[in-house]
Write a protein of this length. Structure first.
Length: 349
């Protein structure tokens, strides 16, 4: 299957590495945002040997190419771009949205899919695996489910997007700036879809009420971070929560806990004895608790080079491509596609 990678940020680079190792996939094109990457061999952009695929910043060039799928992972997504790619006859896999869109939100892209006979699939880890797919998978082992949860506990110093961390997430800003900033709204687009997929699939009451919240922790002493020193009183930790309630019962909880380390924070948030992790919980008969380790880097420095959570996000996209190419036209969610699996290392296959 011929694949085009759209954007070579952290997710895009990891995706290209994964495409090159996948037995069914061939990289045939690459769109880049930055002019300095235009015209360069994709291997060179990744810091490996040339691979004979030249990156372009021309959308028209990409749309004119023959390919089975585009892995769309730009920093700032555009619905019009995705529609144009779908109309050009290419399936789209993306970690930026459309995990479980409402009929109204999905309508323009569903129309593009119908016109060209193509498929759109939103996937990743958070939203994606952790927040909806894996809680639903584990719920299959319980009866009478009362609650599901997907939660991230990460050291945000390992997230290699300094401008995003400082100016969009508002780390290092004043608490009122972070609380009034765009982050809760930006995140909610995807995370509320994840909550809805859990509610609908498990069959919780259609009257369930979704509540969102944000909390901040501030530095109590200067904290050295990759985005610069965070001075006392400024934001050094944030928690975003999306919960669904049936009456007073919380039935779905999705949360992210992002800390600039575990020292000098007020409130004195830590990751606890289990450290950085992702957690999945199902309450029913029986209860299930799952802790995922391995998706956070060993050190901040390692994370800034290659973050395993970002690689997992990229691989969920890459590994879904054969299934999405084979799927019926339209927006296809985890609920529509078969089990998506990885592939053996080339040396072992
Ligand atoms: N669902 C999930 O689990 C999940 C997890 C992680 C990330 N994501 C999403 O995946 C996307 C990519 O994440 P990332 O970590 O790879 O981001 P990133 O490294 O910050 O940037 C991605 C790339 O987007 C391009 N870009 C920069 N400015 C742009 C602009 N103004 N308009 C369009 N493109 C621009 C650049 O491509 P070039 O370098 O090629 O020029 C950049 O390298 C984000 O939208 C993020 O929210 C989802």
């Amino acid at each position: 299957m011929r694949v085009i990678q759209w954007a070579t940020g952290s997710v895009g680079k990891a995706a290209i590495e994964g495409i090159l190792l996948h037995p069914d996939l061939e990289l045939v094109g690459c769109w880049v945002h930055s002019d300095t990457k235009h015209g360069r061999d994709v291997g060179e952009i990744l810091g490996i040997d040339p691979i004979g695929v030249v990156a372009t910043s021309s959308i028209d060039e990409i749309l004119a190419m023959e390919a089975d799928a585009v892995l769309y992972s730009p920093l700032i997504p555009s619905r019009d771009e995705v529609a144009a790619i779908l109309r050009s006859g290419k399936n789209v896999v993306t970690p930026v949205g459309w995990f479980y869109p409402s009929e109204r939100d999905g309508a323009p892209l569903a129309a593009a899919c119908a016109e060209a006979g193509t498929t759109l699939h939103g996937t990743g880890i958070n939203p994606g695996g952790i927040t909806e797919l894996h809680p639903l998978m584990f719920s299959a082992l319980s009866s009478a489910v009362t609650f599901v949860r997907g939660e991230e506990f990460s050291d945000i110093r390992t997230y290699n997007a300094p401008d995003v961390v400082r100016h969009i997430m508002m780390f290092g800003g004043r608490p009122e700036e972070a609380m009034g900033g765009p982050m809760l709204g930006l995140l909610s687009g995807g995370f509320i879809q994840a909550v809805r997929m859990c509610l609908d699939t498990l069959g919780f009451s259609s009257d369930a009420e979704i509540r969102t919240s944000q909390e901040v922790a501030v530095a109590t002493a200067a904290i050295e971070t990759p985005i610069g020193v965070i001075e006392p009183g400024l934001v050094a930790g944030q928690r975003f929560v999306w919960e669904a309630f049936v009456g007073e019962a919380c039935v779905v909880r999705i949360a992210v806990n992002w800390l600039m380390g575990e020292e000098h924070l007020s409130p004195a948030w830590t990751f606890g004895p289990e450290g950085e992790r992702f957690e999945i919980e199902v309450q029913g008969d029986p209860d299930t608790f799952v802790t995922i380790k391995g998706w956070q880097p060993e050190t901040v420095a390692e994370g800034l080079v290659r973050n395993p959570g970002v690689v997992a996000t990229a691989m969920h996209c890459v590994n879904s491509i054969p299934y999405v190419v084979a799927a019926a036209p339209g927006i296809q969610t985890y609920l529509d596609l078969p089990l998506i699996a990885g592939r053996a290392h080339p040396d072992l296959s």
